[in-house]
Write a protein that binds this ligand. Sequence first.
Ligand SMILES: C[S@@+](CC[C@H](N)C(=O)[O-])C[C@H]1O[C@@H](n2cnc3c(N)ncnc32)[C@H](O)[C@@H]1O
Length: 288
Amino acid sequence: MDLTAPFHTRRISGMGRAIRNCLADDDDPGAGFVAAIRARPMSMLSAETLRAIHLLSRSCQDAIVEIGAYVGGATAVILHATQARRNLVVTIEEPVAHPTHPQIPTQDTVSDLHANIRSLGLAREGHHVIPGASFEAWVLGTLHHRLLGQRIGLLVWDADACIDRDLILLAPWLAPGAMVVIDDYVAGEGKSVRVSTVVDDFMRRGILEPSAYLPWGTWFGRLRRPPTAAEIAAYRTEWQHLAASGHVYYQRLTDYERRLPDIPPPLTAEERQSFWASAVAWGQGKGR
Ligand SMILES: C[S@@+](CC[C@H](N)C(=O)[O-])C[C@H]1O[C@@H](n2cnc3c(N)ncnc32)[C@H](O)[C@@H]1O
């Protein structure tokens, strides 16, 4: 693979060097499997990104958490890479329909994810799919139970606009130096404006450290330290402002937080579908 365009950090870290070497090696253990996943097609992520996820998964000694799986392309790569070590793997994906997706249509992401993982022979104990949104109280409670005694050594995030929300909510469980993969780090396009703004701010503060940037806009790096209480408070205030200014992703979060005193039940299928329909319309209208 040609690495000149996609791969850049000013000073290459150990993780960055490992990713670069993995991508340059056509006999890499993940190469064949990733090619099969891309050919199905089953993933929205690039071959480079999936191969790097395979590498990080097979070198991870702790639990692996994935947020935003669609029909399980990256999930399959993580499970394939951890066949020997059998790490605890938790996938958080809210079940939604996307029947008009041009390459990978689905009536229910979570059902198709399970079917895909089974058909690839990768279903195993120690892989848990939590069918909800990453900020829901029952999802975080279930994740806490699944993780008991373990920390997250690799977070693969490919969800909505709110990477700050999930890094803050997951901070208590992230191992020091945890490897982090964040898709949509592409300034100037819809929801990724927020992703790149937050990732840049976390890097500037020294919370995140970059290692590589691969097609199609996926950021790879490590957690250097958890956010402080003051940083979390400042972010929570910003969420209120973003919600008040009409940012639908943060409105969804703050609306949900208002339900918390009542111990909210899971969002309904209708709520999920209607949110994603309005988010798409909102993104087409102005995007942030
Ligand atoms: C871009 S797709 C993921 C693609 C996948 N990583 C792959 O390999 O093809 C984003 C997915 O994230 C899910 N999602 C978005 N926000 C979420 C959230 N906060 N919690 C859980 N899932 C979420 C959506 O339902 C969607 O299926």
